[in-house]
Design a protein around this ligand. Sequence first.
Ligand SMILES: NC(=O)c1ccc[n+]([C@@H]2O[C@H](COP(=O)([O-])OP(=O)(O)OC[C@H]3O[C@@H](n4cnc5c(N)ncnc54)[C@H](O)[C@@H]3O)[C@@H](O)[C@H]2O)c1
Length: 291
Amino acid sequence: MSIERIGVIGAGQMGNGIAHVLSLAGYDVVLEDINSEQLDRATAVIQRNMQRQSAKGLIKEEEIGPAIGRIHASQSLEGMRDRDLVIEAATEDEAVKRKIFQELCPRLSAKAMIATNTSSISVTRLAASTDRPERFIGLHFMNPVPVMQLVEVIRGIATDDTTFQAALDIIKHVGKTAAYAEDFPAFIVNRILLPMINEAVYTLYEGVGNVEAIDTAMRLGANHPMGPLQLADFIGLDTCLSVMQVLYEGLADSKYRPCPLLVKYVEAGWLGRKTGRGFYDYRGKEPVPTR
Ligand SMILES: NC(=O)c1ccc[n+]([C@@H]2O[C@H](COP(=O)([O-])OP(=O)(O)OC[C@H]3O[C@@H](n4cnc5c(N)ncnc54)[C@H](O)[C@@H]3O)[C@@H](O)[C@H]2O)c1
């Protein structure tokens, strides 16, 4: 199936990154969000990130204008009517995603495909809430999308071969590499990564080390490019908590219990970089540990 027009729902950190790589690869993109401020911010972020790529010689300066021109911001799902594929990248909350699909499906043509960028929710279950489970797939981009090479591809139980092949073609066309994961809670990357982050928060909670010691230990002792708490702030603490909850409930094993300190940070609205404060406070010139 030939895919030319793609819709992206949710213009947060993932949605803007997905729109960025798709438009550079030549796709026509409608980027939709219910929050107009997020849409304005996304457009500015995409432009800034493309300029950064151009300064590093990764893309040509003259590619930026046409790519930005291929992204159309929209505050309504009406813009999705002529899309060949819609990638949902809204908040990691099953009720939110289900409601989006309920409103999206009647607007789409019968042959249009839907993908979800969910980090952890069952693709089969999300697919079952649509009118086209055979044309529904998980396309799990990594953050930041323009930089990270991997896209996990997750088939639901009903996903057909045409949809799977179309997804692989898109990943190739945007210059990324696919890894196939079965539809189990949090797939591969987050099944392994999030319990490590959660354990780092327990290490902080139990006073084994402070934020700086934990991150320094993992950066220099395990050769990780970022400390786990720095990475948690980067991912978003609400997303981290939500993935742990899905693992805890989906696999029914107490080893996935979300750390109470992670819950507390989320309750405080300290969600990491995107809100200016998490395990670090980003409101000054340099990030300052909050514990
Ligand atoms: N943050 C990561 O590192 C990461 C990595 C891979 C996948 N994901 C997944 O990507 C998705 C988005 O995550 P994010 O980090 O971009 O979150 P985010 O909070 O930055 O952005 C979510 C966006 O969705 C919008 N939104 C909420 N309800 C909506 C609706 N009904 N219609 C349209 N837009 C709506 C919000 O306004 C917000 O702009 C989640 O499913 C998340 O699990 C996140």
